[in-house]
Design a protein around this ligand. Structure first.
Ligand code: ATP
Ligand code: MG
Length: 598
């Protein structure tokens, strides 16, 4: 059966996709040949159009159906990886469908960013034969035809009760509803009224088209749900052509059927809608409008992550009230934010595979997400050196004005990536924490009298430090051991315990670096009746000026590196200029959250 998401660092990397309850359903359907006889006209359509086409070459069809009313977030990434991943693995197709049936809310800006985000995640709705990018608003004529068929067949009626009356007649979870006085209207009267609704003869809310099912149903969603409403509003795609718009619960199943979707995967809150989904499609198939077999709705639990909010409303509030710099702020759990933060598409794939799919509500630990990113970045990122809290180290016995090259491997596990030269000179930058005037017990880095290795360079012996009038250390002094250079014969004769990174002051690239922390300090922001904004982390970003090795000056936007000891960083694609990249920390090397000292 379903393999529950394992929220554990021990989970083995996914080699092949793990079985889950959705794959089990698809396996059984394929084994039974359930969808093998479907026809496909090459584009969405009613039964008659599809039946004129050849057999559907796609073994299954799934879809990702965002409403273009916001930016995609990490939860959407789970759904994208799931739907596109299933289509890929089963020789199927996944459609990108904009569910834009609601006239007021959609915007072009969101459409563009969704297209970009799905592509960034590495998926495509297009191949040499098909381009499966669709807009639900292109189906309005078919939806009206479906609604009119329901009227003709006695399965829908125009209700003229006020919204308040409808609400009070709907009943409750324990009491059945009451029939509307308009429920007995016959097909001719209903058709006339629905046509007049379409012609714009009535104001918003004057009438509504409802399915005629059962006002006494224990499932409230089957108590004659509304299917078409009057709305005098301009639509971004259809302009002023329509003044009636379908309800989501009516539109969505029809969109699936028109597109030949076999497995319509959605989040659990739609479970109670499934009986209506099936009722509606059955009626329309009986009437010959839709091809059988009909799509099957399958629900899975949505992604919830600790320290993150994924509600569109809350994300909008963070942006509008300027708690973040925008939708693409690297602290935002949006895909545009993730991209700027340096998270990778491969990391999202790994994460989606690890958390799996199930029907159990679960809260995934943010460290699981970060571990997936670290795993991918460790493999793919070249190493570089950066000093984030610079302190001057002066090598007093190294000749003034001289410099030489030291060589550092670009990737410790991939010798084929070669080495790069780092200049060594008399003045270097080291981390402030790598020197202690009075060392604590167990401290092996620089302190007067101690020797330590400058990684990829020389062994140095610390001789002392300079202080300002307040006693702050402003420079450290040392002597280097000329025969200790890394990679030269005899270098290994020096056994030292401390190993520190450094950057030559002469060639260093001084750059802005942003160190991010979680946006919220509470694992469940806004839980226990707190206001979610009260859980904002006041220190979620720190902007510093760091000294970087010269090679980093040439980093291209979105190029990612491991800065040794400090974590994974990316050149910010918005704020970097040619030859002057700015870096964002994606994630530290180890999980340091909640632990003291970092
Ligand atoms: P809202 O309903 O607030 O407008 P939404 O997040 O449901 O927002 P949609 O654009 O309707 O946004 O979502 C597109 C698809 O993404 C849907 O199929 C939905 O089920 C899926 N999805 C949204 N949020 C999550 C989540 N947290 N985890 C998994 N899938 C999600
Ligand atoms: Mg939604």
């Amino acid at each position: 059966m379903s393999n529950a998401p394992k929220n554990s660092k021990e989970t083995a990397p996914a080699v092949s996709p793990a079985a889950n309850f959705i794959r089990n359903i698809i396996d059984a359907d394929l084994a039974a040949g359930k969808h093998a006889r479907r026809h496909w006209s090459g584009k969405p359509g009613l039964a008659q159009q599809h039946l004129a086409g050849a057999l559907d070459p796609a073994r299954i069809r799934t879809r990702f159906p965002p409403e273009p009313n916001g930016y995609l977030h990490f939860g959407h990434a789970k759904s994208i990886c799931l739907n596109f991943g299933l289509a890929r693995d089963y020789g199927g197709r996944c459609h990108l469908r904009f569910d834009d049936t609601n006239p007021e809310k959609e915007e072009k800006e969101y459409v563009d960013s969704i297209v970009e985000a799905v592509r960034w995640l590495g998926f495509s709705w297009q191949d040499e034969k098909e381009n499966n990018l669709y807009y639900a608003s292109d189906y309005f004529d078919w939806m009206v035809a479906c609604a009119e068929y329901l009227i003709e067949s006695g399965n829908a009626y125009v209700d003229s009760q006020s919204a308040d009356e409808m609400r009070s007649n709907r009943g409750t979870l324990t009491e059945s509803g009451t029939d509307s006085p308009y429920r007995k209207r016959g097909p001719e009267e209903n058709m006339l009224l629905f046509r007049r609704m379409q012609a714009g003869e009535f104001p918003d809310g004057a009438h509504i088209l409802r399915a005629r099912i059962d006002m006494a149903s224990p499932n409230i969603n089957l108590r004659d749900p509304a299917i078409y409403r009057i709305r005098h509003a301009e639509h971004h795609n259809t302009g002023n052509r329509w003044c009636v718009y379908p309800m989501y619960t009516f539109a969505h199943p029809i969109e699936d059927a028109l597109e030949n979707i076999t497995h319509s995967i959605c989040t659990l809150e739609f479970e109670d809608q499934r009986p209506f989904y099936d009722w509606l499609l059955e009626r329309l198939a009986e009437g010959g409008l839709l091809q059988r077999p009909l799509p099957q709705q399958i629900e899975f639990s949505r992604l919830n992550l600790t320290y993150v909010v994924l509600s569109k409303r809350k994300l909008i509030q963070l942006v509008e009230e300027k708690h973040v710099s925008g939708w693409d702020d690297p602290r935002m759990p949006t895909l545009v934010g993730a991209r700027r933060r340096g998270y990778t598409p491969e990391g999202f794939h790994l994460f989606a595979e690890r958390i799996g799919v199930s029907k159990a509500d679960s809260l995934i630990d943010y460290t699981l997400f970060e571990d997936c990113m670290r795993e991918v970045l460790n493999e793919s990122s070249e190493r570089r050196v950066a000093v984030l809290d610079p302190l001057k180290l002066i090598v007093d016995n190294y000749p003034q004005g001289q410099s030489e090259e030291c060589f550092a491997p670009n990737h410790p596990l991939k010798p084929e990536l070669g080495k790069r030269a780092m200049p060594f000179g008399r003045e270097l930058w080291i981390e402030r924490e790598d020197f202690m005037d009075e060392p604590v017990k167990g401290y092996h880095r620089l302190y007067p009298g101690n020797t330590a290795r400058l990684r990829h360079g020389f062994v140095v012996k610390c001789t002392g430090c300079d202080k300002d009038e307040n006693g702050n250390v402003i420079a450290v002094h040392c002597d280097y051991l000329p025969d200790s250079k890394s990679g030269t014969p005899g270098a290994d004769n020096y056994k030292v315990k401390g190993n520190l990174h450094w950057v030559s002051a002469a060639g260093a690239y001084q750059a802005e670096v942003r160190l991010y922390d979680r946006l919220f300090i509470n694992p469940a922001p806004g839980s226990d009746d707190r206001y979610f904004l009260d859980d904002l982390n006041p220190n979620s970003v720190r902007v510093i000026t760091a000294q970087l090795e010269p090679a980093l000056k040439k980093a291209k936007p979105e190029e990612r590196f491991q800065f040794e000891r400090h974590g994974y960083f990316v050149a910010d694609h918005t704020d970097s200029r040619d030859g002057a990249p700015v870096f964002n920390r994606t994630v530290t090397l180890k999980d340091s959250w909640g632990k003291a000292g970092k």
